[in-house]
Design a protein around this ligand. Structure first.
Ligand code: SF4
Length: 472
């Protein structure tokens, strides 16, 4: 076992097992992992003033930062372990290499220091101590916010070391045993490279957490009440189920009805209409004389929206010409020019609604308007033109799907992205690649991706409008 298994284990036992024993062909390349690696290197390099080198020689030469070192050792009498410290940082002391020693450091992406970071540092220190023949009192957690590097010192006390030893023992046991169950907390799965593999099994076994709105807590409540799979859930009546959902208080029957219908739709593969005439008729009326579709690509860590994409639809029902797509880049995050262009587009058709999927786009436009010193009334009237199709589809349909994300819904409607296996994080990965290489091929990929996102949103709008016409 190694540091990577430990990291996976703290997130999901099954992931650690799959990383160790799973069929590699079932694993999907994860842009998150790649982005993490790039950012990690950039921050470490900045922190060490670019004095960062690879391997054992770098330790012997006493360089400031050392990466890519693998150290093998024995944890207990018969357990082989390997640490892969993300970064070793030179500090005062005495080791087998001379009048200095190294401390382990890890990179943190978000704001929160988690078990994952603490365990990694403690595990690294255990084997590193004997390897460099010097004691390690602390490790470092390095992060970056708003382009400023932050460092947190973690004391590797006895309590933490003992805890990690116990975790390592359980990890060893897990790796030697059978494949663990799918995690109850399926939110963890969204960025996991084994997601496709696990999703297939979950669907085949009727896992309750496959039903939109059912998280780990509700799933265990249902299981204790004898409802252990989607099939059983689908056979319940709203009243029967509502009585078991006391934790939802006043909303229990409402929730029960949604869960049962969602499970029925999921099993049958058929969508279920929610009669809610007002919203969809409104959509039809508002869009009949033309509308925009709007989608943003952003780098949330840098708070940087780097591409705004507009699709112009003159008439949804006469598809004589292809819709006009206009991408607006904000490469340097200097706002001015791209902001003016966006406002110009929006005001060239003052009455047109702007359709988008999710809340980000509307928030971004309000911020742009504030930045350009629009009055309250102007901001209000601009914001009122935005229609979030994600909210709308949830209000008007129960779909036979696991979630209501843009990709899931539009794929179900038959939409295909020109580029294979794409996602928002893949676009972010391309963006980071562009920033490093300045190779425009990455911008072209991002444009194609954003255009397809707009077209996918259009397909959902068409579905909502045309099916509403049928419902009427
Ligand atoms: S997809 Fe989910 S259950 Fe499967 S290994 Fe990843 S985190 Fe665990």
């Amino acid at each position: 076992m190694n540091s990577l298994h430990l990291k996976s284990f703290t997130r999901c036992k099954r992931k650690a097992w799959l990383d160790f024993k799973g069929k590699k062909s079932s694993e999907v390349w994860s842009p998150h992992k790649a982005i993490d690696k790039i950012k990690q290197f950039q921050i470490f390099s900045e922190f060490c003033n670019s004095e960062i080198y690879t391997g054992l020689k770098a330790c012997e030469n006493g360089y400031q930062g050392v990466i890519g070192l693998k150290i093998k050792g024995n944890l207990f009498q018969n357990i082989n372990a390997e640490i892969r410290p993300q970064l070793l940082l030179k500090t005062k002391g005495k080791s087998k290499w001379g009048q200095y020693k190294y401390l382990p450091a890890v990179y943190k992406l978000g704001h929160k220091t988690t078990k994952e970071h603490l365990f990694d540092l403690a595990f690294s220190s255990m084997l590193l101590e004997s390897f460099q023949e010097s004691k390690i009192e602390k490790g470092l957690v390095i992060s970056s916010f708003n382009k400023k590097v932050n460092v947190e010192e973690i004391y590797l006390n006895k309590k933490l070391r003992k805890k990690v030893l116990n975790v390592l023992l359980s990890l060893n046991e897990c790796l030697e045993g059978f494949m663990p169950e799918i995690t109850q907390d399926r939110k963890k799965c969204t960025i996991c490279s084994w997601q496709k593999f696990c999703d297939k099994e979950a669907k085949e076994n009727g896992y309750l957490t496959d039903i939109d709105g059912i998280g780990s807590k509700t799933a265990s409540l249902l299981i204790t009440n004898g409802i252990s799979d989607t099939q059983t859930l689908a056979s319940y009546s709203e009243k029967q189920l509502g009585e078991k959902l006391s934790n939802f208080k006043d909303q229990k029957y409402e929730k029960a009805s949604v869960f049962v219908r969602q499970a029925q739709a999921y099993i049958s593969g058929e969508p279920y209409p929610i009669f809610n005439k007002k919203d969809n008729n409104e959509l039809l009326e508002k869009t009949c004389s033309g509308f925009y579709i709007f989608d943003i690509e952003s780098n949330p860590d840098d708070k940087h929206d780097f591409l705004y994409g507009f699709l112009k639809i003159n008439n949804l029902f006469t598809k004589k010409e292809d819709p006009i797509y206009k991408p607006i880049f904000n490469l340097k995050n200097n706002k001015g020019e791209s902001y003016r262009e966006i406002i110009e587009i929006l005001f060239s058709q003052k009455e047109w609604p702007v359709l988008h999927y999710g809340e980000t786009e509307k928030i971004a436009i309000i911020n742009i308007a504030k930045n350009l010193n629009f009055s309250f009334e102007e901001i209000d009237s601009l914001a009122s033109r935005f229609i979030d199709l994600h909210t709308l589809i949830r209000k008007s349909w129960i779909l036979p799907l696991k979630n209501y994300g843009l990709k899931t819904v539009s794929n179900w409607l038959g939409f295909e992205w020109m580029q294979k296996n794409v996602s928002g994080s893949k676009a972010l990965y391309w963006w980071i690649q562009y920033q490093i290489t300045e190779n425009e091929i990455f911008l072209k990929k991002i444009i194609q991706y954003n255009k397809d996102d707009c077209l996918a949103t259009l397909q959902i709008a068409e579905y909502l409008i045309k099916n509403q016409l049928k419902k009427n």
